[in-house]
Design a protein around this ligand. Structure first.
Ligand SMILES: NC(=O)c1ccc[n+]([C@@H]2O[C@H](COP(=O)([O-])OP(=O)(O)OC[C@H]3O[C@@H](n4cnc5c(N)ncnc54)[C@H](OP(=O)(O)O)[C@@H]3O)[C@@H](O)[C@H]2O)c1
Length: 240
């Protein structure tokens, strides 16, 4: 078990978040997750709140940090809706910004005081390969690119406090949502897969592998970095 305390994972019950939680719990770590819906199979403490909603978010965070000493944070919750330039609605814009960025700022600010006081902390922000540009997904791309700015700036602000801040940027990963939106045999799945130099999608566990390392004591000298887990799609000329 970690000598440090709890790991808080936002968006914890499915996909990348769940793969990470399962991994950490299997190693004896204590985890607090946040999601909108309850999940009886969740292996740690689960707090339910819609993190895109300012009031719910702040209430849930106040209760969480009062109860659980958070030593490590994974800002994993995110939202994307494809809307091409000319079709971007204010509602979608706001939801993408609230879920990806307002939550990032509020969750991080709620856990940082204890990390500073204890002179130990790990913060990992989950961005996306899309931060390099996403045709038809500019709002999501911009939000994920902004995460890099937060990551680098916070890394500098916390560098003398024993707290590292890094960004993990996945390429296309086969989560339940991806499987639902791009079923085997679909044209969208073929296009996405073809655009990855390795010719395959990533698995949530492959992203969890990197997050687990960045959260570890061994990664103490790594801060302010953005690391892609993308089968080479961040260095490819092909766009998707
Ligand atoms: N999958 C990919 O291909 C991919 C690629 C690049 C980057 N990413 C990024 O990786 C992160 C995780 O994505 P994923 O694909 O693993 O997600 P996912 O499989 O759709 O799971 C999302 C998780 O977040 C929770 N959640 C969603 N909206 C929430 C909200 N407003 N408030 C609280 N919890 C919420 C969900 O539970 P509830 O539904 O119960 O709330 C669920 O536990 C995101 O930041 C995403 O942008 C994903």
């Amino acid at each position: 078990m970690s000598r440090h305390g709890y790991t808080l994972v936002t968006g914890a019950t499915k996909g990348i978040g769940r793969a990470l939680v399962d991994r950490l719990v299997s190693k004896g770590e204590q985890v607090v997750g946040i999601s909108r819906s309850p999940d009886a199979s969740f292996p740690g403490v689960l707090v339910t709140a819609d993190l895109s909603d300012c009031v719910q978010r702040r209430e849930a965070l106040a209760q969480t940090v009062a109860k659980y000493p958070i030593a490590r944070l994974v800002n994993n919750v995110g939202f994307n809706q494809m809307q091409a330039l000319g079709e971007i609605t204010p509602e979608m814009y706001q939801k993408v910004m609230d879920t990806n960025l307002a939550a990032l700022v509020d969750v991080t600010q709620s856990v940082v005081p204890l990390m500073r006081e204890r002179r130990y902390g790990r913060i990992v922000n989950i961005a996306s390969r899309s931060l390099l540009g996403r045709k038809g997904g500019s709002v999501y791309s911009a939000a994920k690119a902004a995460m890099v700015g937060f990551t680098r700036s916070w890394a500098l602000e916390l560098a003398r406090d024993g707290v590292t801040v890094n960004c993990v940027a996945p390429g296309p990963i086969t989560t339940e949502m991806f499987e639902r939106n791009n079923p085997p045999g679909s044209e969208s799945r073929r296009l996405l897969t073809d655009a990855v130099p390795m010719g395959r999608m990533g698995k949530p566990e492959e992203v969890a592998d990197l997050i687990e390392y960045v959260l570890s004591d061994g990664a103490a000298f790594i801060t302010g970095q953005t690391i892609f887990v993308c089968g080479g799609s961040s260095i490819s000329q092909q766009h998707f």
